[in-house]
Design a binder for this molecule. Sequence first.
Ligand code: GTP
Ligand code: MG
Length: 434
Amino acid sequence: MSITHHDSLSNSNGPDENAILVGVRWGDTSSRIMDEHLAELRLLTETAGGTVVGQVIQRRTRPDAATFIGKGKTESLKWQAQELGCSLIVFDDDLTPSQQKNLQQAIGDSIKVIDRSGLIIDIFAQHARTREAQTQVELAQLQYLLPRLTRQWTHLERQMGGIGTRGGPGEAQIEVDRRLIRTRIKKLKDELRHITAERTIQSRRRKSTYRVALVGYTNAGKSTLMNALTDAGVFVEDRLFATLDTTTRKLTFGENHSILLSDTVGFIRKLPHHLIASFRSTLAEVAEADLLLKVIDATSPQAEEHFKTINEVLEYLELNEKTSIAVLNKLDAIDDESALKRLQRHFPDGVVVSASQRLRLDQLEAAILNAYTHDFEECILRIPTQLAKLISSVYETLEVKDRVFEGDEAVLKVRGPKRAIEVFQEKILENADR
Ligand SMILES: Nc1nc2c(ncn2[C@@H]2O[C@H](COP(=O)(O)OP(=O)(O)OP(=O)(O)O)[C@@H](O)[C@H]2O)c(=O)[nH]1
Ligand SMILES: [Mg+2]
């Protein structure tokens, strides 16, 4: 079984798909929040290649077990979708496999029903370029698909293709049973383990260097900031999920200090858990970072919610305890002074910058340097004097505050990055074992 990957957005979009968005206002959700969530869903739908022609908001206290929005509402939704010439209905909330199946049955084969997770996975499938990203996306797709694989669904897919089914198993696999998909899932997991192992070897080589990772909501400006700080030339675009891979570059500043900076995939509200889990190997740089730069689009009315989302995803990855700096980006585009003030109150230690206009980047570098030196340690290294090379390498890397000789050992009192000291300690032990 294989997955079709598309070379460019334009030829993967196919004919325009008109879409209706469906949002449910639960109990205390304000209408402003609802509008903002649907605006984001619209952006997602457009990113996937659809055109939004209508939206439906329903008030509910809890989801209907069978159809999520209830039988009556489903009927009126069907009617509206037909009136507007839609081929697609997108739910802002996640549907259970059986809700999706029931809705699809009620609405009929000519209009496809998908949920937010299905839409996001579809966008990832369109944007995946490297082998690693493609493997991770395919894994997430198959895990999403597995409980939804009914005759109904496969029949639909054969008829329609397009958003929500793109990149999924194609016509040749329609009769393929669940066991085949499970085998494929296992193979993809093995492949990812392989990629992760390679990455571990790579990262061992870089072990002594302080690591900083950019994290943040999609479209916040992480890649632009990466380029501004390191001239990495990472692809930047005003679209969601432009970056699906990790790029790491060296950043040198201050008195010969160098760190590694990584840019990686963005987060979004309700990011499907399958997708986060599949992207673990891409997110390895985040896992290994000493410092996280949480990049926030300060022009967004949702900035605080975006920050919450970043933390939720990090919590899911069990990386929420890491030292971090909030970076409020797009300073040049903020016209509401009071909004900025409010944000600054919310993030008192946040650094305000403009990545694209390269404003106040020196303040961000100072904050990074501060966190970096905060991580410095002082300790005593005892090195046999015949290891002259190792001793001179200590002098090159660390600050040597004091030196005495005891027998045939040099006793050095050093200060420097924790990681670098640890690497020297390991080397001394290795030599002692010989
Ligand atoms: N006005 C303004 N726009 C910015 C700034 N930084 C980035 N942008 C724009 O914001 C959009 C997204 O930038 P990216 O750097 O691709 O954002 P990202 O966080 O890497 O996004 P993904 O990779 O899609 O998750 C682009 O259109 C950038 O030009 C800034 O400081 N000011
Ligand atoms: Mg990016």
